[in-house]
Design a protein around this ligand. Structure first.
Ligand code: ADP
Length: 627
């Protein structure tokens, strides 16, 4: 669908409002022109008594005035009362004109905000539907920019700019009709300058469009940079990268400034050039009009009225001529928003997707391959089977594909080759909502929304009874500290749970998982060392959580690995070792090497991979084995 059509389709629900607004604008335009037309009887009344220089002229306007105003106002009679009547008429027209102006502005504002709401809702709705892969490709700042600034720009285009152009056209038409009624010759003269404006505008608009696109892209980059800095502020500080980030940011704002000024330069050129064209037109008109009056083609009063109307005309012409330029940011923004709305959602329910509410036997990965982009596979022909209620530990260096494995199980990404089955059913033929309801995730990156503790625990569950929430919190060893918060379960936690300690956040996440009670659990163990106290509490909570579930754990601790029923050692997307702790130690592979290194180390529950790394700087894995 062409861009304009698509933008207008969003206006359809508000078409009634807009229609009334346009009618109001049309009436406003006619009344606006009428004010100038009323100058004619006003002047003629003066001229009849004073400088009767004009001979009666038979123009369309003269006939129109005869049929209307002069029926009511006796120009030949008492001049003061005639002038009084005309002034009352002018006042009435002004009042009516402003009433319609008010109607127009108010109705358009309603349509405008309705449009804003609808576009934002559809962009947001798309946003939550999009595949996880999309968020890896597009920067968060760009997305935020689309939802805020750019929706705003499209709104400005569609309503403010567009309605301004429609109203300009109506004002233009009303003034034009009045002018033609006075004299077609004068009208032609007034229009001589318009084609000149057209020649000037074409190329300028193209340049502007290009420059505006650049400005908008940079605006998104600035946003993205701020967001990334905010989410990684700890890292920035701990790496003492403040000045580097400052420099990068200043480079971006500098670029933005430069590009913005370039676009603005072109835009600013538009006004003075149009103004000059208008001034030239007026001068030509004064000369030619004076000639026509002297030759007796129009009356002096009609010429004054005409001048008023033609001055009036330039403003709408200016607005119409400027429209292609002022519309550019909105059009570019619309393009970007539609690009976003059109991004395909690939992971969705197939038409024959079936329901699955529980797991009876096992989860099986059958010869799975997957890559994020063309090229290196992140997972390379991996097969394994996890029986119900058993625990699988995934171990291996960072980037070896552990998280990808569990993301594939939740269909956050789609396998490229092979299949994953639950009880023999391909997960692609299970309803997505059912599949995800089967899986609970507790990860080291605990997400808490800006809401109450209660709502954070209840997130994603159908059971929102106070009793159940409390029971889950108790089982997660979280009840006690929650009761100690200023408003207990009703305490708001920050956007990313900043007011709570890492351990407390994790316990809330565990309570959330316990409440949902999913048969499959994905556990991404924390790598960051918690203090021993909360470590023990969390281990206790996790024990309760894993009990009786089918568990995939991305394991960093020896204690977890030892208690796993099955361990997969991963490297570069492949399985390089598998078995139980005992069998892997018995083999002379990498796992055993790790185990021995671990024993030289002090703590038995320390971080497996960190200790491996610190002891293996001489081997080729060296720094790679860092989680
Ligand atoms: P692990 O969990 O073992 O650290 P991952 O599964 O996160 O490993 O990553 C496996 C490989 O896939 C790595 O090479 C990583 O760089 C790449 N990768 C992970 N996530 C993405 C993503 N969203 N986009 C592109 N590449 C990714």
């Amino acid at each position: 669908m062409p861009l304009y059509k698509r933008i207008l389709s969003y206006l359809a629900p508000h078409s009634r409002l807009i229609f009334v607004a346009i009618v109001a604008t049309a009436i406003f335009a006619v009344l606006d022109a009428t004010v100038y037309v009323l100058l004619i009887p006003f002047m003629e009344t003066l001229f009849v008594r004073g400088l009767t220089a004009s001979t009666p002229v038979d123009s369309g306007m003269a006939r129109l005035l005869d049929a209307t105003v002069y029926r009511w106002v006796d120009v030949g009679g008492n001049p003061l009362s005639a002038i009084g009547s005309i002034i009352v008429l002018i006042l009435l027209v002004f009042a009516a004109k402003n009433l319609f102006h008010f109607l127009r502005v108010y109705l358009l504002a309603r349509a405008e905000q309705g449009f804003n709401r609808d576009v934002r809702n559809s962009v947001y709705s798309r946003l939550v539907d999009l595949d996880l892969g999309f968020f890896g490709r597009v920067r968060t700042g760009q997305i935020v920019s689309r939802l805020t600034t750019e929706v705003e720009q499209v709104r400005t285009l569609v309503i403010s700019e567009f309605s301004s152009v429609v109203s300009a056209m109506l004002e233009f038409s009303a003034a034009l009709v009045a002018m033609l009624l006075i004299s077609w010759k004068l009208t032609t003269a007034a229009f001589l300058v318009i084609p000149a404006a057209m020649v000037f505008w074409g190329p300028l608009v193209k340049v502007l469009r290009r420059r505006d696109r650049r400005v908008q892209h940079l605006g998104g980059e600035v946003n993205a940079h701020i967001l990334e800095t905010l989410s990684g502020i700890r890292l920035v500080k701990s790496a003492s990268a403040e000045s580097r980030e400052r420099e990068r940011f200043e480079k971006l704002t500098g670029d933005y400034f430069y590009q913005f000024m370039r676009a603005e330069f072109t835009r600013a050129l538009a006004a003075p050039v149009t103004e000059m064209l208008a001034a030239t037109g007026t001068v030509v008109l004064l000369w030619y009009g004076a000639r026509l009056v002297i030759e007796g083609d129009v009356t002096g009063a009609q010429f004054v009225g005409f001048l008023g109307l033609s001055m009036k005309l330039y403003s709408p012409v200016k607005r119409i001529a400027k429209f292609p330029a002022t519309a550019q940011p909105g059009l570019v923004a619309a393009e970007r928003i539609f690009e976003f709305l059109d991004a395909p959602v690939e992971i969705r329910d197939s038409p024959e997707a079936a329901s699955l509410k529980s797991i009876e036997r096992e989860i099986s990965f059958e010869n799975i391959s997957f890559s994020y982009r063309d090229g290196d596979p992140a997972i390379d022909r991996v097969s394994f089977c996890v029986p119900k209620a058993s625990m699988l530990a995934l171990v291996g260096p960072s980037g070896s594909g552990k998280s990808t494995i569990v993301d594939l199980l939740g269909r956050f990404f789609e396998v490229a080759d092979g299949r994953i089955t639950i009880d023999g059913i391909d997960i692609r033929s299970i309803r997505l909502a059912d599949l995800r309801a089967l899986i609970g995730i507790v990860s080291q990156e605990t997400v808490l929304f800006h809401d109450t503790v209660f709502a954070n625990i209840a997130y994603g569950s159908t059971d929102t009874e106070q009793r159940s929430i409390e029971a889950a919190a108790r089982a997660a060893h979280a009840h006690e500290f929650i009761c100690g918060l200023p408003n207990g379960y009703k305490t708001f936690v920050g956007e990313r749970g900043f007011q709570l300690s890492g351990g407390q956040r994790q316990r809330i996440a565990i309570a959330r998982a316990l409440l949902r009670d999913p048969p499959i659990l994905i556990l991404d163990e924390a790598t960051s060392a918690l203090d021993t106290g909360s470590e023990r509490v969390i281990q206790g909570a996790i024990k309760k959580l894993v009990d009786g579930r089918t568990v995939f754990v991305i394991a960093h601790r020896l204690s977890t690995v030892q208690s796993a029923d099955q361990i997969l050692v991963m490297d570069k997307g492949r399985i390089v070792g598998r078995g139980t702790h005992a069998s892997l130690v018995a083999e002379s592979g990498l796992y055993r090497q790790l185990y021995e290194l671990q024993f030289q180390d002090t703590g038995i529950s320390g971080n497996l991979w960190v200790s491996w790394r610190s002891n293996s700087s001489s081997n080729i894995w060296g720094s790679v084995w860092y989680v």
